[in-house]
Design a protein around this ligand. Structure first.
Ligand code: NAD
Ligand code: ZN
Length: 338
């Protein structure tokens, strides 16, 4: 455990301008816990902010700490939080909603218009040595989890939410397009939900090989899909993956749009009508962390083969530019205390 003499953090000033800077160590407010951050996964959105300084209408116009896939150990608690929590390994759910709006009261807190989400301008993220967060969004990790695995509860949560949205049931045949971290976690979650014949597609030979090693049928995106599926989890953002994937669906098939790529795509209307397909999107997740952590703890979902690289805090920029340099990288993790 380090002393709390500094709070070095990875701060993005704009496109291509990342600096390691000291920030005040947060004091946990009532209801909050202070977490010593052990691991933060780099997500495509962090890379996008680094490359472009913005994602759509979210613009980095003042310095922002990046990162939101994080886990660590509780080292202090604010008022109204049990001191028993000190020492717990926790996964930090990065979006804290207001809990009072119509969407929150309906249980759909991921759709809360007032959510405060790490590393979404102007909110700071979690590549920091110390982060304060609402106690209920610091989810206790089962004993056997490593801090890296706990951090991966974030992308696993996207898979859990996609599988729930698709209502994946035992025996379902599932097609996952895109073998990035999201697709590879989503495929594992689908298997844990009872899906069989899970097929994963990608354009990368390396990623297809990882999918195969994880036990899935892996098919190049350019190859024809021979079988029929009940569910399509579109995790690439590629319009062609969506259109060819939809053609492979059985009657009453369900499509979940996870990947973000091109904003507007065309839809084969007679196909959707003739097969009564259901198409939905997902926006992050709600109430998924406990299950995501359990799936990781039971090894139903593994981070092995997916977490491919580790970096120290000083190397955060290398982590953010890793994908440009190494086509065989999947998920990079930054350790803020190393
Ligand atoms: P990634 O870029 O690592 O993975 C995308 C994969 O799709 C890559 O491996 C790429 O080679 C592959 N691909 C490209 N064209 C393809 C095609 N035609 N057919 C099949 N595969 C193809 O990204 P990731 O971190 O795994 O995230 C996946 C997507 O999910 C991203 O678009 C991301 O923005 C999105 N996402 C959405 C949510 C949400 O809440 N909806 C949350 C997290 C991530
Ligand atoms: Zn709300």
């Amino acid at each position: 455990m380090s002393d709390r003499s500094n709070n070095l953090s990875a701060v993005l000033y704009g496109a291509g301008d990342l600096r390691i800077e000291d920030r005040p160590v947060p004091v946990p407010a009532p209801g909050q816990v202070l977490v010593e951050i052990g691991a933060v996964g780099i997500c495509g959105s962090d890379v996008h902010y680094y490359d472009h300084g913005r994602i759509g209408r979210y613009v980095v116009d003042s310095p922002m700490i990046v990162g939101h896939e994080s886990a660590g150990t509780i080292v202090a608690v604010g008022e109204n939080v049990s001191p028993d929590r000190i020492g717990q390994l926790v996964a930090l759910e990065p979006g804290v909603p207001d809990r009072t709006c119509e969407q929150c009261l309906a249980g759909r807190y991921n759709l809360c218009p007032n959510v405060v989400f790490f590393a979404t301008p102007p909110v700071d993220g979690s590549i920091s040595r110390w982060v304060a967060i609402d106690q209920y969004f610091a989810h206790p990790a089962p004993d056997n989890l490593s801090v890296d695995e706990a951090a991966m509860a974030e992308p696993v949560s996207v898979g859990v939410w996609a599988a729930k949205k698709a209502e994946i049931r035992a025996g379902d045949r599932v097609l996952v397009t895109g073998a990035g971290p999201i697709g590879l976690f989503a495929a594992q979650v689908a298997r844990a939900f009872g899906a069989k014949n899970i097929t994963v597609t990608d354009v990368s030979v390396f990623r297809l090989a990882v999918a195969r090693q994880l036990g899935f049928t892996a098919i190049a995106a350019s190859d024809p899909l021979q079988s029929e599926f009940d569910v399509l989890l579109e995790c690439s953002g590629a319009p062609s993956a969506l259109s060819t994937g939809m053609l492979a669906l059985a009657a009453a098939g369900r499509v979940v749009l996870v990947g973000m790529g091109v904003d507007t795509v065309s839809i084969n209307v007679p196909l959707v009508q003739g097969k009564e397909l259901t198409i939905s999107g997902i926006f992050r997740y709600a109430n998924t962390y406990p299950l995501a952590l359990d799936l990781l703890a039971s090894a139903a979902v593994t981070t092995e083969l997916i977490v491919t690289h580790h970096f120290s805090l000083a190397e955060t920029e290398l982590a953010l530019t890793l994908a440009r340099r190494d086509p065989n990288a999947l998920k990079a993790i930054v350790r803020p205390h190393s």
